[in-house]
Design a protein around this ligand. Sequence first.
Ligand code: PRX
Length: 668
Amino acid sequence: MTDIAEETPEQAGGETGAAIEALYLEERRFDPPPSFREQALVTDRSLYEQAEADWVGFWEAQARELDWFEPWEKALEWELPFAKWFVGGKLNVSHNCLDRHVAAGLGSRIAYYFEGEPGDRRTITYADLLADVQRFANVLQSLGVRRGDRVGIYMPMIPELPVAMLACARIGAAHSVVFGGFSPDALRDRMNDAEARVLVTADGGWRRGSVVHLKGNVDAALTEAPCVEHVVVVRRTGDEGGGPAPMVPGRDHWWHELMAAAEPSCDAAHLDSEELLYLLYTSGTTAKPKGIMHTTGGYLTHVASTHRYVFDLHPERDVYWCAADIGWVTGHSYIVYGPLANGATSVLYEGTPDFPDKDRWWSIIERYGVTTLYCAPTAIRTFMKWGSEYPGRHDLSSLKLLGSVGEPINPEAWMWYQEHIGGGRCPVVDTWWQTETGGIMISPLPGVTTCKPGSATFALPGIGAEVVDDAGRPVERGGGYLTLTRPWPGMLRGIYGDPERYRDTYWSRFEGRYFAGDGAKVDDDGYLWLLGRVDDVMNVSGHRVSTAEVESALVDHPAVAEAAVVGARDDTTGQAVVAFVTLKSGEEKSTERGEALRGHVAARIGPIARPKAVIFTDELPKTRSGKIMRRLLKDVADGRDLGDTTTLADPAVVEEIRKLAETRATEE
Ligand code: PRX
């Protein structure tokens, strides 16, 4: 099953003093393809220049693209670390996403092509969405929800999910969406922290051909969440999979029954620009999850503007697909709010990429003529592992632009995406941002920027990003810590109920700067390269080496599909590089192969980064949002006890890897 290659204890030593060393060199360049530029919204540096001349004024111009019931008096009020944007302005997010498009005669434009995992399809226009949102806003009010309240949402990827979110926004209640893959305990903690009064859910959802019983999880969670008075249940899976959990009289209500009885119209409330739009909890594995707060006017400005420019949106002809889950911030900003504010037509897909077969995504792209695909590197690497024959079965010629988000994208994954999905003709935008930033911060503009595979390139117009060293001094060339130097409209307004934690977490490490927690390097041309969380930096003989760079070097090898690298305790070198590697289908695991990979990393980056051990494994442990759990692999490599692994997508993977690592220990 496994073969492990170990290094003899010889490592180059020495101190360089760099905060994080930047060793990986990528020399490929990609200009915007001429056919893309010809039709692009932005083809020169004018937006950057406008923003540099007056960044607050730039954001004001972006905000003016929205409908405001009352104009703002002051664009930005900044009392570090607390920002208010468009102070005094009044608007409504659901009005901006729906009513104004319908009023402009676009009611029959398709907002979502919905495809359920079993193959059911629905086409939802802007007029349909507006009608449902108004009814559901009335349903929420009939259940006692008022402006300023919080509403929990725990649903599969079905159209009722954006309807519920927009209905909250319409009446000024904040939503708190909990990803449908989370456990009852996670749901309970989030409902209690937010003090949600109503929870919207479904009987179940479809995942890889089986029913996920969401309502059963809700019942378990609510035994210890007394704040929730009412539960609204969408009928999605019905009698399949053993049927729905019983309804609790007085507490539980069927969505379709309430909707049938609801009044059809509900005016959009005139909300203050700084009213809470939503809470979204970022899950730590140890500490209590943080309820990230996003408000109304600044957030919508940021997501609408970045969605338009980064994806070069032509709403009248594009079919846009962000394949994230709405339960994550990517889905909030780039499936719901950004695209709808811009009047875009999107795809909404419920299920997994390998049901019924590994070409499901490509069949969707062909069916709807998708022009823009936005997904995560973890998905791209999985597709690489499955092989290019699956996309090869379908006509993907409608695609014009590809995007990536969520993790550093290795140059080889970038290249594969560009070639096998984009047919070599689509720009690839690698977008860096966080739940906390609300919207995209660092990304190419696809008609302007020359891309380098694996680099998120530059801060977007209006955004200030700088890499600094340990002392907070800007680094002009080389590695360090990514910071943001000025407020931006989509920024988090705090952590719900905990302003001190907000200040400590983001604003205390470097004075006057937001610290993102990520390492980054600046290359000779000023391009930014994200190096992962700083907790993911290894210290090998005094050199701070980024796991992301070693992983990129491994994925660069033709046999490798995916790699996770950690620093394991080592008596000689402080930490030693240990690589967990998944090979492409059909590739052989052997000691020679391990040796070859170690040599490959040394050749690509330098002897300092040569892995001490290469452990082959069929899968890597990942969180449910698809990020590799390096911390867990580090525990495995160090032989430590593993704590709670329930936040993993597939806890069995860890057991498997632990066995492999034990084999390694006994072989040592
Ligand atoms: O480490 C960075 C990584 O994901 C973190 C934010 O995670 P989350 O709040 O879940 O939001 C993910 C979707 C926006 C960041 O601190 N990250 C996100 N995008 C990239 C990235 N790392 C490298 N390159 C990216 N494009």
